[in-house]
Design a protein around this ligand. Structure first.
Ligand SMILES: Nc1ncnc2c1ncn2[C@@H]1O[C@H](COP(=O)(O)OP(=O)(O)OP(=O)(O)O)[C@@H](O)[C@H]1O
Length: 260
């Protein structure tokens, strides 16, 4: 479904990220993307969503290389924008309509999809936004904005959903709902998170970047979660000291996950 082949990226300031990044995500897979701050998780998700173009290598969607030319073609671009969506870490960037109702309806309208009112009603209801349909998106709380951004994406009925740190501003009830909804949906998922509990529930596969943007692990999530050295390289485990009576020792801990 999605393939990165020898991908490298260069920021406009000349700084480079990734070198020869290779992985494939097949339809129906649920993968989590782990790595320390600045590893390149958000950048990777933007590349996967066609918002950034690689400086080297190829990113393919359904076997088609995502070139600037193909992304300019109306039919391809419409189908791609409906099927491949990204929830930003900071969703303000996605919200610009006058009301919550208009915001959810916007994407389906732009893409010419049917049953717009039903889509709005369904996803506003699922995300408990139905009491806020006439509110202005900018007046919502951070977590409500995140839920609205998610409703906007789900209203497109996408096949591939990339989520950048979805648990950062969602309350535990919404995170629980998200896990159930996404697991039941059969959608292909790529989720960046520092939350190992969420990762453990959502993902089957882990892609782990180190602090230099190198892919240091691509394999079963369960195996990764029991490898504290790997988790330390991913910024997900840390070494700290303990005192037991008069003696002190140091060992590794995962933030919200205990390896056994
Ligand atoms: N607009 C930009 N111009 C130049 N460099 C940038 C830009 N945006 C991000 N970077 C750099 O790219 C690298 C990767 O950033 P990115 O946001 O992808 O990391 P991340 O893994 O998502 O981090 P976090 O866990 O903190 O969200 C960082 O070194 C960052 O400084």
């Amino acid at each position: 479904m999605l393939e990165f082949a020898d991908v490298g990226y260069a920021w406009p300031d000349g700084k480079t990220l990734f070198s020869g990044l290779n992985f494939r995500i097949e339809a129906g897979e649920k993968a989590v993307l782990l790595g320390p701050n600045g590893a390149g998780k958000s950048t990777l998700l933007r590349l996967a969503n066609g918002l950034l173009a690689p400086a080297s290598g190829t990113i393919s969607w359904q076997g088609q290389a995502l070139t600037a030319e193909i992304l300019r073609q109306r039919d391809f671009s419409r189908a791609f924008r409906q099927a491949n969506v990204l929830l930003f870490q900071h969703p303000e960037a996605m919200l610009f309509n006058a009301s919550v109702r208009d915001e959810i309806a916007y994407g389906p309208k732009q893409l010419g999809l049917a049953d717009i009112d039903a889509r709005v009603a369904r996803w506003a209801g699922e995300l408990k936004l139905d009491g806020l349909l006439d509110e202005a998106p900018f007046a919502l709380s951070g977590g409500q904005k995140q839920k609205l951004a998610l409703a906007c994406l789900l209203a497109l009925d996408p096949q591939f959903l990339a989520l950048d740190e979805p648990s950062a501003s969602l309350d535990p009830r919404t995170v629980g709902w998200l896990i159930d909804t996404l697991l039941d949906s059969g959608r292909t998922l790529l989720i960046s998170t520092h939350n190992l509990s969420l990762a453990a529930e959502l993902g089957e596969r882990a892609l782990i970047l180190d602090e230099h943007g190198q892919l240091i692990y691509d394999g079963p999530l369960a195996t990764a979660l029991h490898d504290l050295d790997l988790l330390q390289a991913a910024g997900l485990a840390h070494r700290h000291r303990h005192r037991h009576g008069g003696t002190a020792h140091a060992h590794l801990h995962a933030h919200d996950w205990e390896s056994s």
